[in-house]
Design a binder for this molecule. Structure first.
Ligand code: DGL
Length: 262
């Protein structure tokens, strides 16, 4: 990336979760041209058969690449990254940045040496995630919590129809262990990009205070690093968002998207 024209960055997720990654990347490089593609016609990704989902992701991302000709693609979705990043890299020559569970930093910072990884059912059951645990968890006890509902609750939150407290509380409850205080969970990895949209709800409903680890700042640093040879320019044009359903967002969601600059 040595050119002086603004870089085009394609951000991809199954829905609005990737906005939590997008907002950090824009902060790092406000001069780039951003295209956000939400595969809402395929949402949720979290509990779908793998082969069909890989084919769908490779197809949808491929069409977006052909249309928008990005210099860089960010797969702002743990479920898609842990499943299809290798296939995407094999299929398209553009650089990809993925989003995968932040197990290494979580274990490094945990004092109780007990962390939880909160993600979709697919992400926590995937070999990719288990390999991260084998490689980086060391002496840390890792509790895997797959939620079938939280990504949908995050979509509702952004659309202005928040899920009730009790429903959110029961999804996050398994992250909190029992036992003597030193074995209590002190760090929870947000292993789905939708979940930072619920962070205030999580904090309010947590069994006790923990560190909720959002990987977005680290992803933004990686993107900035890949763009370092492109000199920063003036603030870029307005970002654009596309939904694969072709549906226009309802007014409340449109209002929320406007806050992200769309
Ligand atoms: N945002 C996605 C992730 O990071 C998943 C949501 C879904 O189930 O589609 O895993």
């Amino acid at each position: 990336m040595t050119e002086s024209r603004p870089a085009t960055v394609l951000i991809f997720d199954s829905g609005v979760g990737g906005l939590t990654v997008f907002r950090e990347i824009v902060r790092a490089r406000p001069d780039a041209r951003y295209i956000y593609v939400a595969d809402d016609a395929g949402f949720p990704y979290g509990n779908q058969p793998e082969a069909a989902l890989i084919a769908r992701i490779v197809d949808v991302v491929g069409k977006a690449i052909a249309l928008h000709k990005p210099d860089l693609v960010v797969i702002a979705c743990n479920t898609a990254s842990t499943l299809a990043l290798a296939q995407l890299r094999a299929a398209y020559p553009v650089p990809f940045v993925g989003t995968v569970p932040a197990i290494k930093p979580a274990c490094a910072q945990s004092k109780s040496k007990r962390i939880a990884v909160l993600g979709t059912q697919s992400t926590v059951s995937r070999e990719y995630t288990r390999a991260l645990i084998r490689e980086f968890a060391g002496d840390c006890n890792v509790v895997l919590v797959g939620s079938p509902k939280l990504a949908g609750y995050a979509e509702l939150e952004l659309a202005g129809t928040p899920a009730p407290d009790a429903d959110i509380k029961s999804e996050i409850a398994p992250c909190f262990g029992e036992g003597p205080p030193e074995h209590y969970t002190d760090t929870i990895v947000l292993a789905c990009t939708h979940y930072p949209l619920l962070i205030e709800r999580f904090r309010a409903l947590a069994a006790w205070p923990v560190d909720w680890l959002d990987p977005a700042p680290a992803i933004a640093r990686r993107v900035a690093e890949l763009m370092r040879e492109r000199p920063p320019g003036p603030v870029g044009e307005r970002p654009r968002i596309f939904f694969t359903s072709g549906r226009a967002p309802a007014p409340a969601l449109a209002g929320a998207l406007a806050q992200y600059g769309f």
